[in-house]
Design a protein around this ligand. Sequence first.
Ligand code: BTN
Length: 315
Amino acid sequence: MNETRHRVLDALADGPVSGPALADELDISRSAVWKHVEALREEGFEIGSSDAGYTLDSVPEFGASAVEYGLDAPFSVEYHDSIPSTNARARDCAADGASDTVVLADEQTGGRGRLDRDWHSPSGGVWLSVLFRPDVPMAHAPVFTLAAAVAVTRAAREAGVEASIKWPNDVLVRHGDAERKLVGILTEMEGEADRVSWVVVGIGVNANVDPADLPAEAEPTSLLAERGDSVDRRLFTQRLLEEFDTLRQDPANVVEAWRESATTLGKQVRVETPGGTIEGEAVDIQFPGALVIETDSGTEIVSAGDCEHLRPITE
Ligand code: BTN
């Protein structure tokens, strides 16, 4: 959304404000005011007009301007009702030189998951990719995946869902002994060893989605299923982006924030790594995201792999 349209919205929110007063305040013509008001109405903002002037009566449920309006983070949002993959689109934006851009969709038709899996993304989810250009070496980039997991966990908890992180970046909800997956994260990046050029953090949140519409083998849950009613996706997305923005600026503190939101530490785990399977107790996490595991034959430090929480052996 351009700067003037932002200011029109802010003025309307404090309204009623007359067209001429708005034109004076923003130093634009009356016809420009009218065009901004019409464009906002087309995007779903309900703008009333009476003798007293214009008033902002309601904000659309979801979309680019809806998320940008009131967002306390410097992202511009590009919204699609349906798109193959927000990560693929964000990569294209990166190739065009963009930064601090969020690609957001209601539905993905070709969503991608980790390990080249499909990611089912029906209408009602929060499917988004954040493109940014941090000034860090490539080796530090995994910390942004952890930051995304923390951000989305905090947003879910604020929405009343007791989510927690399974290393490195699955966000789960416990159901007795079982764990159901609420969120998946897929990070992609490009750059030289000493400096990242861009990072795309793709976050898939099963928001207002029925878990029965998702593949059962993923053992899915959703915000809708956990809460028993729909979540306000606009507010949820804003909280997620605001938390992520704060965390990405302070990579040194992300690991501690991750520890507070994670469920893996202290658990028996089995991790499938490129170098083989490692089993033991997960005892710590190290910057930028490696898991420390105590095994029968000593300490192992694992930086990537598929992690399974094992049930404690009861005698
Ligand atoms: C996983 O396998 O757990 C990661 C899933 C990541 C899915 C998200 S949805 C938004 C973004 N666009 C994609 O195509 N994938 C990611």
